[in-house]
Design a protein around this ligand. Structure first.
Ligand SMILES: [Zn+2]
Length: 105
């Protein structure tokens, strides 16, 4: 099943997600990534991140699973999102290279 932008934006606008997000932030009110990197660092979490990309079938099916959510501060959330973005680009480029090799060889 393809997960469309529309499905994702509808999900993020839903009451169910807002409640789940609040529940997660109550459970882990500090940035979990900052805590792992520096246990003494206390940074308030403001974002809730899905550890499995929502655009994948697995991520979408498990979008309400509290265990797959991470509480993050703005800066960690931003760096994770940009990593995912760059990984996505790298994977797309690798596929293109593969395709070119196949056509060329
Ligand atoms: Zn952080």
């Amino acid at each position: 099943m393809a997960v469309s932008d529309k499905m994702i934006s509808k999900f993020y606008g839903s009451r169910a997600w807002r409640m789940l997000r609040t529940e997660k932030l109550n459970l882990n009110s500090l940035c979990q990534t900052c805590l792992i990197d520096t246990p003494s660092k206390i940074v308030e979490a403001r974002q809730v991140h899905h550890s499995i990309n929502l655009r994948s079938t697995l991520g979408w099916e498990q979008r309400f699973d509290l265990k797959l959510l991470f509480s993050l501060c703005d800066s960690c959330h931003q760096s994770i999102e940009s990593e995912i973005y760059h990984e996505g680009l790298a994977a797309a480029r690798a596929r293109e290279d593969e395709e070119l090799r196949r056509l060329g060889g």
